[in-house]
Design a protein around this ligand. Structure first.
Ligand SMILES: C[S@@+](CC[C@H](N)C(=O)[O-])C[C@H]1O[C@@H](n2cnc3c(N)ncnc32)[C@H](O)[C@@H]1O
Length: 295
């Protein structure tokens, strides 16, 4: 969360576990097969494991994953496996302790690394490390992350900052495209085509120990392939991270709406998915913070 952010949605407005399960059941009947819990920080939600257990039991689901800042991972890793989380993405922008402290405003490097080791120990496979490039990111930060991920079998993803709220608006640092070219040369990486891998474009080493994905919503957007919908904790459904449009499913749920009403609203949002975002052309338009919609 941005440091000065106070305007969060009060828990009374959040969907209960049963409301969420009902809503996600409707999504599944419409063909959704993959769900990712993100945020905000999912592991701060009370009874998060109970929520995951309920949701992961939905019949049509074949993939349930979690994005987390990793600070609670050591405590929750076993429970996450047991409740049905299959894959983990963990945020770690740098392995430089002081730099990380400046970015997240807390001294969490050791805690996050401990959490990652615990997640690996309890059997999570294909753990992805999400690193957002920022003005302080250097090639040496990235090389350290590449080495760390290769050593522990994690997949590194380098993410271009998107202009959300006050963050990601001005970025003078190194670019994902330049880093891609550099890493290809310095680490002898080759293109890795992974069907169905989502928005990241991957490189890998010949022995497969290094895998680095590049998520480039700004320099090379992937809107034409975006099939994602984002459901806020309060039941707001967003067709696009980069547009202000949304619908409120909570009102339907709490005013006696039927599953068909939910279905119709969801389909209307799908139909309103815009052709593409306009982060670059019109930065003034994006008023939401990332914590409202999830990354
Ligand atoms: C918004 S976070 C939410 C989940 C969880 N708290 C976490 O830290 O992963 C999900 C992902 O979005 C990334 N992210 C946050 N702000 C971003 C921005 N402005 N542009 C691009 N990615 C961003 C985070 O680094 C993280 O990898």
């Amino acid at each position: 969360m941005p440091v000065d952010h106070k305007d969060y949605v009060e828990p009374d407005n959040w969907l209960s576990i049963q409301e969420l399960k009902r809503t996600l059941g409707v999504f599944c009947r419409l063909g959704i097969e993959k769900i990712r819990f993100t945020g905000g920080e999912p592991l701060l939600r009370r009874n998060f494991l109970g929520m995951v257990s309920e949701v992961s039991g939905l019949q049509q689901l074949r993939d349930v994953s979690l994005s987390t800042n990793g600070t609670q991972l050591k405590r929750y890793a076993v429970g996450l496996r047991q409740s049905g989380i299959q894959r983990l993405n963990v945020s770690l922008d740098t392995l430089d302790q002081e730099k990380l402290k400046r970015i997240v405003h807390r001294d969490v490097l050791d805690v996050v690394v401990d959490g990652l080791m615990e997640a690996k120990r309890v059997g999570f496979e294909l753990i992805k490390i999400n690193s957002v490039l920022n003005d302080e990111t250097t090639s040496s930060d990235i090389d350290r992350l590449v080495g760390f991920c290769a050593e522990h079998g994690f997949v590194l993803r380098l993410i271009e900052p998107m202009p959300m709220g006050k963050t990601g608006r001005i970025h003078f640092g190194l670019t994902a495209q330049n880093e891609k070219t550099r890493l290809k040369a310095t680490h002898a990486l080759i293109d890795d085509i992974v069907p169905g891998a989502g928005p990241a474009q991957y490189l890998r080493s010949a022995d497969g120990k290094i895998r680095v994905g590049f998520i480039t919503p700004i320099s090379q957007h992937f809107c034409e392939a975006c099939n994602r919908l984002r459901l806020g904790a309060d039941g707001t459904l967003y067709p696009c991270l980069g547009q202000n449009d949304s619908s409120n499913l909570r009102d339907i749920l709490r005013s006696g709406g039927t599953d068909e009403d939910l279905e119709n609203e969801i389909l209307s949002v799908v139909n309103r998915k815009p052709e593409r975002h306009h982060f670059v052309e019109d930065q003034s338009k994006i008023i939401r913070i990332m914590a409202a919609t999830g990354g």
